[in-house]
Design a protein around this ligand. Structure first.
Ligand SMILES: Cc1cc2nc3c(=O)[nH]c(=O)nc-3n(C[C@H](O)[C@H](O)[C@H](O)COP(=O)(O)OP(=O)(O)OC[C@H]3O[C@@H](n4cnc5c(N)ncnc54)[C@H](O)[C@@H]3O)c2cc1C
Length: 259
């Protein structure tokens, strides 16, 4: 079991990749570029990624990386281009000592990394949707917004976004591009560890989301455990959503497991 993933509801359109199958992919790093001071894009290629899979925009690769006491797993959202067999991984450099951050800092083109591909949990919702992410959830959030824009553009005005991050400029241009195009956009500036309580405060004070008139049919949330727990709880209380309408993934590790 992956200790970092608390999946509340699997997306209906994301099940074509067999869940629970540990099919290891040998990938090769093809490029490493800095997108911002604390955000590094690592592109990996593998022939198997050329096979189209309906994995969803928040699909992720579970990377097998060197840890202090052996191998550890770190899931990272994967933007897959099937034509080139490439997955782009945008890694936030969150710590000095974490295996994923260490790997992102030192990885070079030509390096190899083994991984398992997993589908995402997001699915489109014509009833309207709330998307909530903290820093490490932003790559998945961006991929979801791109997918809505491409496949369901009429839903953008019913899409409401909350980003909780210490640094609003983490992804240059993100807010400027999306904020005018979605139903509402809220950015909460918060230190790590406080995302949950800050988002809970914003959601509890419903008048501040989209002028207080917002109704959503489902909620997607990705980030620290307390953030997704707070969002899930408030979605049930405030909008009376059932668990099948709440897709929440906790991104913060509680413990390492050997791979
Ligand atoms: C489905 C899924 C998708 C994910 N997608 C992405 C992605 O696209 N990009 C990405 O960067 N990460 C993503 N993550 C998170 C990723 O798996 C790692 O948790 C993250 O990279 C930190 O790992 P680490 O090994 O560097 O640090 P860890 O070993 O987890 O932790 C080391 C230290 O850093 C602290 N720390 C860990 N995470 C954070 C944080 N978010 N903010 C502040 N401090 C932190 C810890 O408290 C600890 O002190 C995803 C996680 C999941 C479950």
């Amino acid at each position: 079991m992956n200790p970092s993933v608390a999946t509340v509801s699997p997306a209906a359109d994301a099940l074509a990749v067999p869940v629970g199958t540990e099919h290891w992919i040998d990938t090769r790093v093809s490029a490493v570029i800095d997108l911002a001071a604390r955000l590094r894009r690592v592109s990996v290629t593998a022939d198997v990624l050329r096979t189209p899979r309906h994995a969803g925009p928040d699909a992720h690769l579970r990377l097998c990386l060197p840890g202090a006491d052996g191998k550890v797993i770190r899931p990272v959202t994967a933007a897959i281009d099937h034509r080139s067999g490439t997955a782009e991984l945008d890694l936030v450099l969150v710590s000095d000592d974490g295996p994923a951050t260490r790997w992102a800092r030192s990885v070079r083109p030509g390096d190899r990394v083994r991984a398992v591909l997993r589908p995402g949990v997001w699915s489109a919702d014509p009833r309207g949707q709330l998307l909530v992410a903290d820093e490490v959830g932003v790559p998945a959030l961006t991929a979801i917004l791109d997918r809505i824009d491409l496949a369901h553009p009429e839903q953008l005005s019913r899409t409401h976004v909350i980003v909780a991050a210490a640094d609003a400029r983490m992804v240059p241009g993100l807010e400027q591009w999306w904020a005018p195009r979605v139903g509402s956009w809220h950015r909460i500036r918060t230190a790590p560890g406080r995302e949950g309580s800050m988002v809970a405060r914003l959601l509890a004070d419903g008048g501040r989301i989209g002028g207080g008139r917002v109704r959503v049919g489902s909620v997607w949330a990705a980030g620290a455990c307390d953030l997704v727990a707070a969002v899930s709880r408030l979605a049930a209380e405030r909008w009376h959503l059932s668990s099948s309408d709440i897709a929440a993934t906790a991104y913060r590790h509680r413990a390492d497991r050997s791979a």
